[in-house]
Design a protein around this ligand. Sequence first.
Ligand SMILES: Nc1ncnc2c1ncn2[C@@H]1O[C@H](COP(=O)(O)OP(=O)(O)O)[C@@H](O)[C@H]1O
Ligand SMILES: [Mg+2]
Length: 307
Amino acid sequence: MRLSMGSVGFVKKEAAKSLAPGKKQAVVIAVAAQKGGVGKTTTTVTLGAALARYFEMEVLLVDLDAQAHVNLALRSIVNAGGDSLAELLEEPTTREVAEIAVGTKVPGLEITPGCPELARAENRLSTRIGKELVLRELLSVSRTHYDIILLDCPPNLGNLTINGLVAADCVLVPCNPAMLAVSGVEGLLGAVAEVRAALNPSLEVLGLVLTRVDQRNGATNQMITQLLSENWEDLLAPVQISADAALAKAQIEGTDVYAFDAHSRAAGQYVELAEWTIARLSAMGLRREGATTDTGDQRPELMASEG
Ligand SMILES: Nc1ncnc2c1ncn2[C@@H]1O[C@H](COP(=O)(O)OP(=O)(O)O)[C@@H](O)[C@H]1O
Ligand SMILES: [Mg+2]
């Protein structure tokens, strides 16, 4: 979407990227929902940790929310350093998202630093030419360094979320069993359809995942599950995430739930969600050659979470 004058010499040619290409081809998954508090950040962090820990994947979490909750949730295990994602989004640059990412104590898990300036970037993006395509461009070489890139989107359909949807191969939509959360699913899927029509024809819906399911509310859960499956049966993930205080406690400690309590119920369910994600990406033809699926002996004995 650059002005074509560049190619005929009026404008300086686009400079080469500063990041050398790697050998991988990440699947980019936007974790998005119009509502706050439905489990986007918890899902991004825990699914990412599960993929890195038990499926030997190289995972990058991109925190697109100015509230910086990904960073907050993992603050005790994140290495220092990294630059501002907002700066990359605001001005043309040859730098890439992978260049500002920092490692964590979990091998294979990297994240972008918390960036409150994203609130400013949300507005400044409006003035950029090709404003919806900026993140996609910033990930173009970064993708070759990871197996999975998860984008934690803010709780609205603003510029950053749209950038996330344009940069992504597919969207994972967390939803908790409450009517208001369900009503948000429709809005989000509408935005996905619009983005697909206008900007990213290959965008797919990975699935809807019910989170924070309190087993004590059996009747409500059943009504919500029925409502969701009536409308989006094919998209509803078979794995549900229970309401589990271990997730919130791990966030308070600033670490992932596997370091906090790998035997907790939600820890096991997120491993199952990771397994389902990998299978679904393969079924959708999104998983590239050479990616590992072998959980080997790494997998913890955390499946005792049934029932
Ligand atoms: N499965 C769960 N069980 C218990 N608490 C949860 C669960 N998922 C999320 N939470 C808590 O709910 C709150 C909102 O979740 P969060 O992932 O931050 O939502 P979002 O990113 O959509 O705003 C957080 O305080 C988080 O700790
Ligand atoms: Mg969040």
